[in-house]
Design a binder for this molecule. Sequence first.
Ligand SMILES: Nc1ncnc2c1ncn2[C@@H]1O[C@H](COP(=O)(O)OP(=O)(O)O)[C@@H](O)[C@H]1O
Ligand SMILES: [Mg+2]
Length: 291
Amino acid sequence: MSIEKATLARPARVIVVGNEKGGSGKSTVAMHIAMALIKSGQSVATIDLDSRQRSFTHYIENRRAWARHVGRDLEIPNHTCFDPQVDYPTEEDETAGCQALSEAVDALAQSHSFIVIDTPGHDSDLMRRAHAMADTLITPLNDSFVDLDVLGTVDPETLGVTGTSHYAQMVEDARSQRQLLDGMTPDWIVLRNRLSTLGSRNKRLVGEGLQELSQRLNFRCIEGLAERVIFREFYPRGLTAVDELDEITLGTRPTMSHVTARLEIENLLGAMGLADAMASGDMMGQARDAA
Ligand SMILES: Nc1ncnc2c1ncn2[C@@H]1O[C@H](COP(=O)(O)OP(=O)(O)O)[C@@H](O)[C@H]1O
Ligand SMILES: [Mg+2]
């Protein structure tokens, strides 16, 4: 695949988590990908481009504080919150901000094998630049037609896809830019998030819409994460589904929900072509025993 080409161009893989919609799970997914890669021994740098909300940054700060609290040596990525409003406040400075982001990514790529970038849920030059740097783009998407709307429109009667939408267009532009730059087409994965564990008409119809769009827009769609309360509970302690399943680390007894959430993250890494980089099957066995 074209990823190898990009790896040659920049000695690290750049993973961008993006969707022009807030609340789709970008920061949650970015943190999980970063931690899963660190757990597998990779050196990971992380960048938060959502300098207003800073959820990714707070997630990592919470992890640092929790590690101190429980006296555990929890791994922390090399993190930067990129704040153009402070360093590049005027419109003329925006281009300089984009250039600074490229330089920061190039510098981090010299000493890390992966760079995970979380993005805000709105369009900007910086966001476009990040998308154009992606070797892998992950778009978490809540399982609803309201959320699918950022990718495509549907016919109200048949629910068949009638056109493509603004975020899809932005990704298309970013991919064309990238193609011109180094001939690489980033791998685009749409990750269905907060899926109901029960079958439903909505789930099926959204799935069909995504299937159709995936062909039009050239992305891969994966059944990602189910709706799980633990994904919300992790944040204040900075934990993830790939952390040690012991009571001291978690601050609570591990459950089957931890185990299934970890499996979902493992599947995601597998879909990204990083299965070997994830925890071994043996570790999954231990996780099940712990629960
Ligand atoms: N699979 C999931 N199950 C349950 N809650 C989730 C899941 N994924 C994300 N969330 C919750 O959804 C909300 C939005 O997630 P977040 O990662 O902040 O999205 P974004 O960065 O796209 O705005 C948060 O409350 C988060 O805890
Ligand atoms: Mg976010």
